[in-house]
Write a protein that binds this ligand. Structure first.
Ligand code: NDP
Length: 241
């Protein structure tokens, strides 16, 4: 069996593009969805047509016990992963005084705690493989420079960068690289209606990015060629910062 990569939140958007790109690159894929099983099955079908093996895990990344049980069982049955792309994330935007407790908790629990809940159970098995490995985390331009109306999201995404930088040091000797990708404004469900003329003026390239352009950066970080790239944040943002 070839190297396997788990991609969280891969039934749609950027995660779907990443899963398809990595399958195209020759990896076997563990898709992950919360509810959209049918959409994930459709992505799985596309991956099978590329000649790669694929299976689907379903759990809410905020549910620590469910994430751990699902990942541990999958690893027990199929072996440790070569890599993980921690992509699942949400926004709940609003000016800070108007943010509700659930806006804050939901974004931090999904983005930051979701990273812990997913990466923790798979890290020791990855180390015990005694082979190179890859951990890629989806941050954001908001985590690099902060964004009005996104105090919660900027905190989660900046927190992920801190986690990446620390974990990369811990795993470097094991040949496991840990990096973040920080997209700008990418055309997905998450950003529907956000690409106003005013917003586009903030982007030197004056256009939104595509999920495939983000997937290309993830593909590089997961490749054997990126074996000496660790503890980095690769921005894919049309020059925003
Ligand atoms: P989408 O909203 O299109 O997709 C988000 C994905 O995350 C979905 O598959 C969703 O699953 C999954 N997800 C969300 N919450 C949970 C949860 N609690 N448990 C399990 N899965 C969950 O977003 P994008 O594709 O645009 O974003 C992907 C990542 O990229 C996110 O981390 C986002 O923050 C980041 N990003 C996006 C940018 C953009 O401009 N689009 C810019 C910068 C970063 P389900 O289908 O079940 O809801």
């Amino acid at each position: 069996m070839s190297n396997t990569i788990l991609v969280t939140g891969s039934s749609r958007g950027i995660g779907r593009a990443i899963a398809l790109r990595l399958a195209h690159d020759g990896f076997d894929i563990v898709l992950h969805c919360r509810q959209r099983r049918e959409a994930a099955e459709a992505v799985a079908e596309q991956i099978r047509s590329l000649g790669r093996q694929v299976r689907i895990l379903s759990f809410d990344v905020t549910d620590r016990d469910a994430a751990r049980a699902s990942i541990e069982q999958d690893i027990e049955e199929h072996g440790a992963y070569y890599g993980v792309v921690c992509n699942a994330g949400i926004t709940a935007d609003g000016a800070f005084p108007a943010l509700s407790d659930s806006d804050w908790d939901g974004v931090i629990n999904t983005g930051l705690n979701g990273f812990y809940n997913v990466v923790k159970p798979l890290t020791m098995p990855m180390v015990r493989r005694r082979k190179p490995g890859r951990i890629v985390v989806m941050s954001s331009v908001s985590g690099l420079m902060g964004n009005r109306g996104q105090v919660n999201y900027s905190a989660a995404k900046a927190g992920l960068i801190g986690a990446v930088k620390a974990l990369a040091i811990e795993l470097a000797k094991r040949r496991i690289t840990v990096n973040a990708v920080a997209p700008g404004l990418i055309d997905t469900d998450m950003t529907e209606g956000l690409a106003s003329e005013e917003a586009l003026k903030m982007i030197p390239m004056q256009r939104t990015g595509t999920s495939e352009e983000v997937a290309a950066a993830v593909s590089f970080l997961c490749s054997a060629d990126a074996g000496y790239v660790t503890r980095q944040v690769i921005a894919v943002n049309g020059g925003m910062c």
